[in-house]
Design a protein around this ligand. Structure first.
Ligand code: PLP
Length: 365
């Protein structure tokens, strides 16, 4: 058999969906990740059977046995992408097949089953079509989509990965991630903690990476900074990421972003900005930068801008840097021109005011 079994979704609409007035109240001030739409997707997996029981159902709590594997051993992974209402009224996603592919890369690392890319994208389409009224019309707002997968086997044995899993998608209307728009963030260099080590799970989008990061993020805040910057595990010298975002360093018309060594999360925003920078005639390179080079570059004026990027916060300038024994400012601490130009270009493609020359836009309805 070469034809893959195509899952069909059972559709069970909510009988307690929010009224238009209730929805508008949420959409007036959605925040980030605090409110959810009326429906969700669920697909189950059983070893030997494959994926089954695909359904769209009313949003609501799960009932899990206290001995469910994910609650103890964190065999879990997730994705994050957005549905945008474009200027012509269409609702679209940005590169959803890239998220589908990364979901499966994460799944392989976590010894979890892969989901066919078409099923992943179809699940997003069904949820967004059903809850399309929840896609904000306010400029810069979007519907954040959160696909995830958990190990559902009941039992505390650890000699074999779970034999059953649940894939789900939930959706949350979102304002800008960092309140205050393109305000530069201050970052804390974490030399005490490590996010990811070679051979570990740094390239996989799994909850465990975040669980281990909260203590460092809290330390950043205690030191008066907004975000933590992760360094390499060996020497605590080479820059890897900022919180849940990738980093770019701008030297005039040359951009540098840390190479994907296996300890970094391969961001789709990162990949898209590398392409857009090249479209603009800039040199965009993947390489390595130490904190000494970062500081020296800012002090000599050679390193003109630094920004972080990711789906949730798009492009966010980095204004100042602080570590245990040093601190410095990037440029004059305000958002740089290339940071703002790349941000505008990407947002323009996502919202349909700029041409999509790379075929990144996936129309949903
Ligand atoms: C999701 C994520 C990113 C950004 O990825 P995008 O695909 O651009 O949203 C960067 N770093 C980490 C640790 C992440 O989890």
């Amino acid at each position: 058999m070469t034809t893959a079994h195509k899952l069909s979704f059972d559709v069970q609409l909510s009988d307690h969906a929010r009224t238009a007035a209730e929805r508008e109240r949420v959409l007036a001030n959605p925040g980030f990740g605090q409110h959810f739409t009326d429906h969700m997707i669920s697909i189950d997996y059983t070893e030997g059977v494959g994926w089954h029981d695909a359904r769209l159902m009313p949003y609501g709590p799960l009932t899990l046995d206290p001995a469910t594997s994910v609650l103890h051993y964190a065999q879990e992974l997730f994705e994050g992408l957005k549905a945008y209402r474009q200027v012509n009224g269409s609702i679209v996603c940005f590169r959803p097949y890239a998220n589908a592919a990364r979901f499966n890369t994460s799944a392989r690392r976590m010894a979890m089953p892969e989901l066919p890319e078409e099923t992943f994208v179809e699940s997003l389409e069904l949820l967004v079509q059903t809850d399309r009224e929840w896609v904000p019309t306010t400029e810069g707002h979007s519907l954040y989509l959160r696909p995830f997968m958990i190990a559902t086997q009941v039992g505390l044995g650890v000699n074999y990965p779970s034999r059953t899993y649940k894939y789900m998608v939930i959706a949350s209307p979102a304002a800008s991630y960092f309140a205050g728009g393109v305000k530069p963030v201050s970052v804390w260099l974490s030399t005490e903690y490590t996010r990811a080590a070679p051979g570990g799970t740094g390239f996989a989008k799994c909850g465990g990476n975040y669980a281990a990061a909260f203590v460092a993020q809290r330390q950043a805040v205690e030191n008066g900074c907004d975000q933590v910057v992760w360094l390499d595990a060996h020497e605590h010298r080479y820059v890897e990421e900022m919180g849940g975002m990738n980093l770019f360093f701008v030297y005039g018309d040359r951009l540098l972003t840390p190479a994907l060594t296996g300890t970094l999360l391969p961001g789709i925003t990162r990949d898209s900005l590398l392409a857009l920078a090249r479209d603009m005639g800039l040199r965009a390179e993947e390489g390595r930068i130490s904190i000494e080079e970062w500081q020296a570059g800012c002090e000599s004026g050679e390193l003109t801008e630094v920004f972080a990027c990711g789906t949730a916060a798009v492009v966010t300038p980095v204004g100042s840097v602080k570590g245990a024994d040093r601190s410095w400012t990037v440029g004059d601490g305000t958002p740089g021109p290339l940071t703002l130009k790349l941000r505008e270009e990407l947002i323009g493609i996502q919202y349909g005011s700029r041409p999509d020359t790379h075929g990144w836009i996936h129309k949903i309805c």
